[in-house]
Structure formats: C-alpha cells, structure tokens
Design a protein around this ligand. Structure first.
Ligand code: ATP
Length: 306
C-alpha cells in the first residue's frame, strides 16, 4: 500500500525504485535474495579513475590476464588470457561450463582486478576511467536481469529523470522489444509483476537490453538466455547488431544461430583461449569448437546442456 501511494505521488524515480526494492524484499524472501545478489556485485576494486572522454570507440583489449578469485587464490581461473573486441563486431564466447566465460566478463565490468596483465579500453587501462562513466559505457545484461515491480516504461527509463515515452520506445525498438510490448493490452504501462514475474526470460532480457541501450553504451555484454522456449533470443541478437552497427557486442552465446553469425568466436576452456575465428574457420579446423558444437547442439538450435 505504501509503495502504491508513493508511486502515485510525484516522488523522484530513484526513491520509487528504492520503494520497489523494499517492497520486493518484504514480499518475498526470494526477491530479497535477488536484491542482495545484485548489490553484492558491487566492484571489489578501487574507483579512483578520472578519464571521461567525450568519444569512445569501444575497442577492448584483454592483455595477457592471469586471475584467481580472492576466495580461491591457489586456483588460476584465467591464465595468459588475451582477446580483442572490436567496435561494430559481435564476439561470441563459447566453451564448456566453468571454462572462464563469466569471469572474463566480470573483469571487464571491473568487479575484480586481474593479478597480472590488464584490460585496455580504447588503449587506456580500465581503472583509469571514472567509475560511473565506465559503467555507463560498458553495459551488461545477464540471463536473469533484475526488473523492479512497476511498468515496462519505468523499468526501461529506470534512473533517468524526465525520460519521454518516445525515447523509451526507441530503445525498445533497438532491443527488439517494441513489438511484443505493443501487443500487450496496456503496452508500456504494463506492470512487469513482482521481479518481472509476468514476463518470460527472453522478454525480461529484451526489456533489460532496452534499459541498457537507452544509456547509449559503447560496449554491450549479453549473457544469452539458454531456454529453448526463447527462440526470440536469436532474433534479438540479430536485431541488435543491425541497429547498433558501431558498438562492441560481446555475447556469452548459448544459441547456435548467434554463434554462427558472430564476427569472431572465442572458445574458452580452463581459462585460456583455445580457438578463435569465424564459424567457418573453426569448423574447417575440426578442433575443439567443432567437437563442442557436435556435443552441445542439435540441428534445430536447441542447446542440450548449459
Ligand atoms: P558457465 O558456462 O557454467 O557459466 P563459465 O565458463 O562462465 O561457466 P566461470 O563462471 O567464469 O565459467 O567459472 C570459471 C571458474 O571459476 C570455475 O571453476 C568456477 O567454479 C570458478 N568461479 C566462478 N566464480 C567464482 C567465485 N565467485 N569465487 C570462486 N570461484 C569462482
């Protein structure tokens, strides 16, 4: 009730969002867990950088990284890891579970600092960029994005003051979300339900992509949904690469079609890059990617295992 009254009043978006969070926490133990999981992802590294260049191309260079998690320092999760992500290109990270794909993304988000090597963004070390600037320019959309109870519009415009419906719709179009939202009876005013419970995994992710795109990131990282039911996911990635031709797109890819259309595929296992190339190049090589593909996918693009 309190949350509803405050929602109807003209309080700022941030306060409303806080109310949503606390509403979720009170309503559901699961939701509370989710919120803390989200907050726990606060960077473990210092935020002293100052760079905020007006233009950023989004060129990313992982340079000879070695990394162990603070809790398991004896185990190297990444070792001699090097990789370049180029503006306007889609890079697909693939590999067996536990190979290091998410770790590589966490380092790019600066949740951790590599013990050796560095990540360069437009030639400058990540840590030299101002913290909020970096998190605007490098956006991550996970498999289970956090949506707040409230309308689709509020979820996309979250944290932006005076954001017009037109701007929200434009972001949704680019995220390939506009058509499904338009088909809903209440359109952009549709309540997503508690933690987005009224939406499918793919729909939640597309709303979260719109939320990321509205902030105009130069690097977008996407952990693609695995659910076989979310066949829209593949169209989503295709739509995005067409409409964001100059951005750098990194996808932890779980769908064959996404992988096949990537500009480069990176096969990661045991914290190193095993193979790198286009789908055709890696198929011709008949190495690890070829075998993984045989093992993980059926012909109809259904991932058989996570
Ligand atoms: P999946 O496809 O299953 O998501 P992945 O390729 O993304 O796997 P990571 O999640 O990066 O792999 O995990 C790489 C290794 O690091 C695994 O051995 C994992 O157990 C370990 N690991 C991941 N996160 C942590 C953490 N927070 N603390 C300690 N070890 C971790």
């Amino acid at each position: 009730l309190v949350s509803f009254i405050l929602y109807q009043s003209n309080l700022g978006t941030n306060i409303r969002t806080l109310i949503y969070i606390f509403g979720d926490m009170l309503n559901s133990v699961g939701a509370a867990g989710k919120v803390f999981e989200y907050l726990d992802r606060e960077p473990q590294v210092s935020a002293k950088g100052t760079l905020q260049p007006e233009t950023l191309t989004g060129h990313v260079h992982f340079h000879n990284l070695s990394f162990s998690y603070p809790t398991r320092q004896e185990r190297k999760v990444l070792q001699g890891f090097s990789l370049e992500l180029r503006p306007g290109q889609l890079t697909a990270l693939v590999g067996p579970s536990g190979g290091g794909k998410s770790t590589c993304v966490s380092l790019l988000e600066r949740f951790y600092q590599p013990q050796q090597g560095e990540i360069l963004l437009d030639g400058q070390p990540l840590h030299s960029y101002q913290h909020h600037y970096l998190h605007r320019k490098v956006a991550m959309v996970g498999q289970e994005p956090v949506l707040f109870s409230g309308s689709i519009k509020d979820n996309i415009a979250y944290g932006l003051a005076d954001c017009s419906l037109e701007r929200v719709q434009e972001a949704a179009r680019r995220a390939n979300a506009h058509s499904f939202i338009s088909q809903l009876e209440k359109g952009y005013d549709t309540d997503v339900g508690e933690r987005g419970g009224q939406m499918s995994g793919g729909e939640k992710q597309r709303i979260a992509i719109a939320r990321a795109l509205i902030r105009e990131p130069q690097v977008l990282i996407l952990d693609e949904v695995t659910s076989a039911l979310d066949t829209e996911s593949e169209h989503m990635v295709r739509g995005f690469t067409q409409i964001c031709p100059s951005q750098t797109l990194l996808v932890i890819a779980h769908r064959l079609k996404t992988i096949e259309r990537a500009d480069q595929i990176i096969l990661i296992d045991q914290g190193t890059v095993l193979e790198q190339g286009t789908h055709q190049e890696l198929m011709d090589r008949k190495g690890g990617y070829y075998k993984l593909r045989e093992r993980l996918f059926t012909e109809d693009d259904t991932p058989q295992v996570r």
